[in-house]
Design a protein around this ligand. Structure first.
Ligand code: SF4
Length: 342
């Protein structure tokens, strides 16, 4: 079993429910986590999670409660669509205030009509509902797509510890963290489509594809940062291929006086400096060796290496050539040193 799946399963098996910090507002978090007594708050917040940062979306119900002075479902029910539109627009609650006011209004009314005002009936009941049924019930809400429906069901299973009869239909939500972690780990290519991520997660753990969602999110937030990933501390480092991860050049200050190779092994690019202080980049591709001297500074080389190695060494060197940063360039056959072979 892949390490990332093991971590996801361990998180799932934690017996205790922990409060989820959906927002930075403790009052909002209390209500969002209170799915026993205020389940509608969680559902309505899920419906708001579109096209804006999650944190801004999840705080919307709390902002409405502050404006109307109540979080009671009966009070939400009594507000008309026109009033919701005014509340959203006047307080700029969302990027799409009219549309989201309608989604909120219709969400409240669906909970009233289908679940008698008790949103926990979406996920509760005997026999236990299947994951497909819970996802389907979320999809029945106006404005709710598959991404929100699976995300909501996944949070219920993973973090709120709600038991379903199965977990097959809980897919991963391919957000930016998930995509970055899975592509660096080598499971999907750089910039994968959402479908590729979803099917890869299904392949990794068909019984509960979304189980790795939280591990990816946690790794992406704590270690696998977009720039400067902290691989040496990362919990999946031993099983990660680190595709496209920038290498870090420590102590560049020593280099100008030591015109020798610094790095080559992993990415096939050697960095050196010549006697006049020009920076040399040497690339070995198959039997061809090409090298350039560039006028750019060391710090610039390091920044460019980081960007370039994320995108490929061809990109790095070609960009330097195209932008006129190259002093001299050569290309010829080369014997590849053993130390460069990975
Ligand atoms: S080992 Fe590095 S590249 Fe791999 S997931 Fe962790 S931080 Fe990202």
């Amino acid at each position: 079993m892949e390490r990332i799946v093991e971590i996801g399963i361990k998180r799932l098996e934690w017996p205790n429910r922990e409060e989820i910090p959906f927002t930075k507002d403790p009052k909002a978090n209390d209500l969002l986590n209170d799915i026993a007594y205020n389940p509608h708050v969680f559902v309505l917040a899920c419906l708001m999670d579109r096209q804006i940062k999650a944190e801004k979306a999840w705080i919307i119900p709390q902002k409405i409660f502050d404006i109307i002075g109540s979080h009671d479902f009966k009070d939400l029910e009594s507000i008309s669509l026109e009033e919701y539109k005014k509340i959203f627009t006047k307080n700029k609650l969302h990027r799409f205030n009219n549309d989201m006011a309608e989604i909120f209004y219709k969400g409240v009314n669906s909970i009233k009509a289908k679940y008698n005002g008790n949103a926990s009936e979406i996920w509760e009941g005997r026999p236990r509902p299947s994951s497909a049924l819970v996802v389907y019930r979320f999809l029945e809400f106006y404005g709710c797509g598959i991404k929100i429906a699976t995300m909501a069901t996944n949070i219920l299973a993973r973090q709120f510890k709600i038991k379903f009869s199965d977990y097959f239909s809980i897919d991963i939500s391919p957000d930016v963290h998930v995509k970055r972690v899975l592509s660096r780990m080598g499971f999907v290519p750089h910039n994968p489509s959402p479908e590729m991520v979803i099917y890869k997660a299904r392949e990794l753990h068909p019984e509960f594809p979304g189980v790795i969602d939280f591990s990816c999110w946690e790794i992406g937030r704590e270690y696998c940062l977009a720039t400067n990933p902290i691989c040496n501390e990362c919990i999946v480092s031993s099983s990660c291929k680190k595709i496209g991860v920038p290498i870090f050049i420590t102590e560049p200050a020593k280099v100008p006086n030591a015109p020798s190779a610094l790095y080559a092994e992993k990415f096939g690019v050697e960095i050196s400096s010549n006697w006049s202080g020009l920076i040399g980049l040497t690339q070995i591709k198959g039997k061809t060796k090409r090298y350039i001297y560039t006028r750019i500074s060391w710090s610039d080389v390091i920044v460019r290496m980081r960007i370039g190695l994320a995108l490929g060494t061809d990109y790095l060197i070609d960009t330097l050539i195209k932008t006129g940063h190259v002093w001299e360039k050569h290309s010829h056959s080369a014997k590849i040193p053993d130390s460069w072979k990975t």
